[in-house]
Design a protein around this ligand. Structure first.
Ligand code: NAG
Length: 354
């Protein structure tokens, strides 16, 4: 454990939330974690502080395919961390029941691509439970975690980004982190939130960057986008893995074109932070939104629509969407499918020269 390992700039933003001083140095103990370890840490904090918390899903007892629950069954017992049958509908249905009955229910769906068998339980039951009972009952203490997004070789069934399906469903929250510090804080916010939440974890980032993450529990507010980098010419909006692509694109735009980009991590897809996005677009006049999911009906369409309603007279160019194609997620063609830095860079050139 270290006490002052954090030197990266976003810690300045986080200092009020996770207890750092003005220089971004954590006042609380931190330890090096990658993203999957920050998930384990959040779950560990929850199981330790909340005796009603239970974790369940396919293979979670032995640590899960991505090792997110490793060691937790041994530490907290098989009544609190346990395997379920291979039945996503059953996992979420059980989670709703457990949450209604007073548990802090944390369900794992092994891949976001396999959340569809549970779609009915999520959108028809979990999302409506409080509303349909006139606030007599709720399953707000249910959190559903699932690995999400492309991974380089995942193909049809281990690469999808289904956030837009759930963004169409009032009554739930949908959250996606971009790195270990955000992951732990946002996951703990989902667990504490009094609405059912879906927490998508970018699987390609599980073992990517290592950061100094506080070992204690802390939360990062939901429905607040984070301005990662300020700029004056183009607003770039993304979430999860795509933030890292756009960060590189912002540097390329600065170096090669002298274009200043403002980079925003949406973080919560539903309900989303319209204010931060619109404020930025009112300043820059140009917006690029990028996600891996197919372009048609993707969440970029929702953002684009809202921004043109709110900022029509500020816009200097049509809003650009750089997204996946309208095809199933391909295997060997993944490098052509994903909205990579070159596609995004081209879109910036068009925005600037419109
Ligand atoms: C959900 O958790 C909160 C905080 O622990 C608790 O106050 C509330 O009663 C729980 N809800 C249900 C339905 O048990």
């Amino acid at each position: 454990e270290q006490y002052d390992g954090c030197v990266v700039p976003w810690c300045l933003y986080l200092h009020t939330i996770v207890g750092t001083d003005e220089r971004g140095t954590f006042r609380r103990p931190t330890t090096k974690m990658n993203l999957f370890q920050s998930v384990t840490s959040a779950l560990d904090n929850t199981l330790a502080s909340d005796p009603t918390a239970v974790i369940f899903g396919e293979d979670v007892a032995f640590g899960g395919v991505f090792r997110c629950t490793v060691g937790l069954r041994d530490k907290y017992g098989k009544d609190r961390v346990f395997n379920t049958p291979l039945c996503e509908q059953g996992i979420v249905g059980f989670g709703i029941g457990a949450a209604v009955a007073g548990a802090t229910a944390i369900a794992e769906i092994q891949f976001a691509d396999y959340i569809y068998p549970a779609f009915d339980q999520i959108v028809n039951e979990a999302a409506k439970y409080r509303y349909r009972s006139g606030n007599l009952f709720d399953c707000g203490n249910l959190t559903i975690r699932a690995p999400w997004g492309c991974v380089g070789h995942g193909s049809l069934y281990h690469s999808q980004s289904p956030e837009a399906f759930f963004a169409h469903c009032p009554g739930i929250k949908v959250v996606i982190p971009r790195g270990p510090v955000q992951c732990k804080g946002l996951l703990l916010s989902c667990i504490a939130d009094q609405n059912p939440c879906i927490f998508f974890e970018p699987k390609i980032l599980y073992r990517a960057a290592v950061e100094q993450v506080p070992t204690e529990a802390y939360t990062i507010p939901l429905s607040q986008a984070e301005v990662i980098q300020e700029g004056s010419d183009v607003t770039l909006v993304a979430w999860g893995t795509q933030i890292h692509v756009l960060r590189e694109v912002a540097n390329m735009a600065q170096e090669k074109l002298g274009v200043s980009c403002e980079l925003i991590d949406l973080q919560t897809i539903l309900p989303w932070d319209t204010e931060t996005i619109c404020k930025s677009v009112a300043k820059t006049g140009r917006l690029l939104i990028s996600h891996e999911a197919p372009i048609t009906g993707g969440f970029a369409a929702e953002i684009s629509s809202t921004v043109q309603e709110e900022c029509f007279l500020n816009l200097e160019a049509p809003i650009a969407r750089v997204c996946g194609y309208d095809t199933p997620f391909p295997h060997i063609f993944e490098p052509f499918y994903i909205p990579d830095k070159w596609k995004c860079f081209d879109a910036i050139k068009k925005l600037i020269s419109y």
